[in-house]
Each structure stands twice: as structure tokens, then as C-alpha cells.
Design a protein around this ligand. Structure first.
Ligand SMILES: NC(=O)C1=CN([C@@H]2O[C@H](COP(=O)(O)OP(=O)(O)OC[C@H]3O[C@@H](n4cnc5c(N)ncnc54)[C@H](OP(=O)(O)O)[C@@H]3O)[C@@H](O)[C@H]2O)C=CC1
Ligand SMILES: CC(C)(CO)C(=O)C(=O)O
Length: 337
């Protein structure tokens, strides 16, 4: 690999544009974008910022934006940043074009994207990744990191020093990890809030500041933890507290929660979950790949996950016609499911 790696970003949305903007100048970044996104970037350039004060504009003339896959042929690494439902299609497109041995990193939520990519790309080095922070889009070509955390990637010899250096130089702290499946399950437990946030219609910080919403999340997580235990899956510890303590902390009264868990509320006031973005854009959500994953796993173990199943149904209803929920009503519905 050359000293400036060529990185293709497959899926120029929230995460793809943010990561690509940060990597720009430290790597030769090529964005694979939908035509309307490509047009917007070509008009405005790309701006990325974060809650720590970073602000950077990448002029349009310096952006490499493609709507066809041909440019990926030369990539030293591909970052997959599409929603989970698009992974299969992307994997098959990449299979036609990528050189054997190319690292392909899934920066997606959900626990099955990597396996899906591996099945279609047996000669590539497919690695799991995880994005811990939120990305918002305050303006059409501006992507803002609204919470903190280091990216995680599966440790592998496929990650060249120049690739790792590009992330460091771009101000994207990176943690290499041996057991990414445990990380992805732990992230899935956190992502159980995506649907609640979407149904609440509130920014994340405002939603999580309210005990009744945290009690809904605690209920979904407790159910999830029971299912994971039955399946012999131990989620990694991604927060200051182990995953199995989170439901207790989330259920605390507001005053105590704000004192003990203030870090959980260190989120940009405008940030919302990616599932809220999908509902607003009237796109299919990832609920089947998050809450639905627990429902399927429970069934395979002869168990049920009724509260998560109820959320799957409610989000599918919201995909058809959005109804905003109040937390006490949703909590009652979940307790009765
Ligand atoms: N947004 C966030 O804050 C976070 C998101 N994540 C996860 O990261 C992943 C990506 O999320 P996010 O960035 O929000 O998703 P977005 O929907 O914002 O971005 C994905 C982009 O990829 C495009 N796309 C899909 N298929 C293709 C294709 N075949 N060719 C070209 N473009 C394509 C989509 O277009 P179209 O919509 O037209 O299909 C969309 O523009 C998800 O798994 C999400 O859960 C993780 C942490 C935070
Ligand atoms: C960062 C987090 C947990 C919440 O924004 C997320 O993963 C998402 O929105 O999909």
C-alpha cells in the first residue's frame, strides 16, 4: 500500500460523509454516493465538525465522488457505511470489483453485517467496525459528531500502518479489538434506544433526561440481557459500567441519574438516533436488525422477547404513518406486551 492509502466509502450518508470528511487529506478518499448526495457535495463541498470544537470544510473541487463502483477497484480499503438492509446488495456489487485481500470494514450497527459481507466476499479481508458516536446533519452538506467515543475495528494484519495513521491524523481515535462480536452485541443493547428515540420525537439528550423513557430502555435491555445470557453471549463493556448494570442505572430517579450518569447525557442537544433520521426520511428502519435480532435469538432458544417484539411492530407502524409516543403510555404498552 502507498503511504497515502486510497479509502473508498461505500454509502455517503451520516457516518460515511463524516468519516470521509475527517479522513480527507490524510487518505485519498472516494465517496460512493447516491446521485442526489453526489450533486449536493459537488455543489457545497463537505463540512465536518464535532462537539469538541473541530470544524473543517473540504472544498468541492478536492472531493472525489463517484456514483459508479469502478473507482473502488483501486481502493486499499473499503468502509461500508450503508444501513443494514443494503448490505447484501453492496456485498454483491463489491464482489464483482474488489481485488483479493482488500480490507472491507463494516462501520454499521447490527450483528450480522460482517457475516453477510464475508459470505459474498470470501477473498477479501472483511472486518467488523463500530461507530460509538452520533452523527447529525445540521445542513445539507454538513455532518456533525454529537457525542464522544473511539471507533472500534477488529484487530487484523489487514490493517496497514498507513491506514491506521490516516484515522489518527484525521482525529478519529481508533481502538483495535479481538472480540468484535461481543462489542456489536453490547452496541445493539445501546441501540435499543434508537427506536425509543425515534418514537419519542425528541432529541436524545432531552429523551434520556426523562426517567420514563429510561425505564422503557431499561425494560428492553433487561429482556435483551436475558436472551443473550440464554444464548451464552457476553456483551463487551462499552461504557464506564458493565452492560448488565445499565438497566439499574437507567431506572434511577432523575436527580440521582443526572448526578451518577452525567456522561450518558454528554450529547449535542440536537442529536437524535439514526432510526429517527430514517422515520423522518420515510425510509425503512433498522429495527429488524436491532430489536428484531433479539426476538429471533429468543425464539431460537425457546424464549420470547415480547417488549422488543412490540417495539418492532410499533416502528413498522411508524414507517407507514408516524405517531409520536409519550413515555408513560409506551412503558405501559411494553409492560403489558
Ligand atoms: N447516523 C448515526 O449517527 C450512526 C449510525 N450508525 C450506523 O451506521 C450505519 C450507516 O448509518 P447512516 O450513516 O446513518 O446511514 P445513512 O442512511 O445516512 O447513509 C447511508 C447512505 O448509503 C446510501 N446507499 C445505500 N445503498 C447504496 C448503494 N447501493 N450505492 C450507493 N449508496 C447507497 C444511502 O442512500 P439511500 O438512503 O438512498 O439508500 C445513504 O445515502 C448504520 O448501520 C447505522 O445504524 C452507527 C452510529 C451512529
Ligand atoms: C450513536 C447511537 C447510539 C445513537 O445516536 C447510534 O448508534 C445511532 O444513532 O444509530
Amino acid at each position: 500500500m502507498t503511504s497515502t492509502p486510497r479509502i473508498a466509502i461505500y454509502g455517503a450518508g451520516m457516518v460515511g460523509n463524516y468519516l470521509g470528511g475527517r479522513l480527507h487529506g490524510h487518505a485519498q478518499v472516494c465517496f460512493i454516493a447516491r446521485p442526489h448526495v453526489a450533486a449536493r457535495l459537488k455543489n457545497h463541498g463537505l463540512t465536518v465538525s464535532d462537539l469538541h470544537g473541530h470544524h473543517q470544510h473540504v472544498p468541492a473541487a478536492t472531493l472525489d465522488i463517484a456514483t459508479q463502483l469502478d473507482t473502488v477497484r483501486e481502493a486499499d480499503a473499503v468502509l461500508v457505511t450503508v444501513k443494514s438492509a443494503a448490505t447484501a446488495e453492496v456485498a454483491h456489487e463489491l464482489a464483482e470489483i474488489l481485488a483479493p485481500g482488500t480490507p472491507v470494514i463494516s462501520f454499521q450497527n447490527g450483528v450480522r453485517n460482517t457475516a453477510e459481507l464475508r459470505a459474498a466476499l470470501p477473498t477479501c479481508r472483511v472486518l467488523s467496525g463500530m461507530v460509538p458516536f452520533n452523527v447529525a446533519q445540521p445542513e445539507p452538506a454538513h455532518f456533525h459528531q454529537g457525542s464522544s467515543g473511539a471507533l472500534m475495528i477488529e484487530r487484523s494484519t489487514a490493517l496497514s500502518p498507513s491506514l491506521l495513521s490516516a484515522f489518527a491524523a484525521g482525529g478519529l481515535p481508533l481502538q483495535l479489538c479481538d472480540d468484535m462480536q461481543a462489542v456489536l452485541w453490547a452496541k445493539l443493547l445501546i441501540n435499543l434506544n434508537n427506536s425509543l428515540n425515534a418514537l419519542s420525537g425528541l432529541p436524545l439528550r432531552e429523551q434520556l433526561a426523562q426517567r420514563a423513557w429510561r425505564q422503557c430502555l431499561a425494560l428492553l435491555q433487561r429482556e435483551g440481557l436475558r436472551v443473550l445470557q440464554a444464548a451464552g453471549i457476553r456483551p463487551a463493556q462499552l461504557t464506564t459500567l458493565p452492560a448488565h448494570w445499565l438497566p439499574t442505572v437507567l431506572s434511577l430517579p432523575d436527580a440521582l441519574f443526572h448526578r451518577i450518569a452525567s456522561r450518558m447525557l454528554a450529547i449535542d442537544p440536537l442529536a437524535r438516533s439514526s432510526m429517527w433520521d430514517d422515520l423522518q426520511a420515510r425510509r425503512r428502519t433498522e429495527v429488524d436488525y436491532i430489536n428484531g435480532e433479539l426476538v429471533v435469538l429468543a425464539k431460537s432458544k425457546g424464549l420470547r422477547a415480547p417488549a422488543n417484539a412490540r417495539i418492532v411492530a410499533l416502528v413498522h407502524e411508524a414507517e407507514q404513518s408516524y405517531v409520536r409516543w409519550e413515555a408513560p403510555a409506551l412503558l405501559k404498552t411494553l409492560l403489558n406486551s
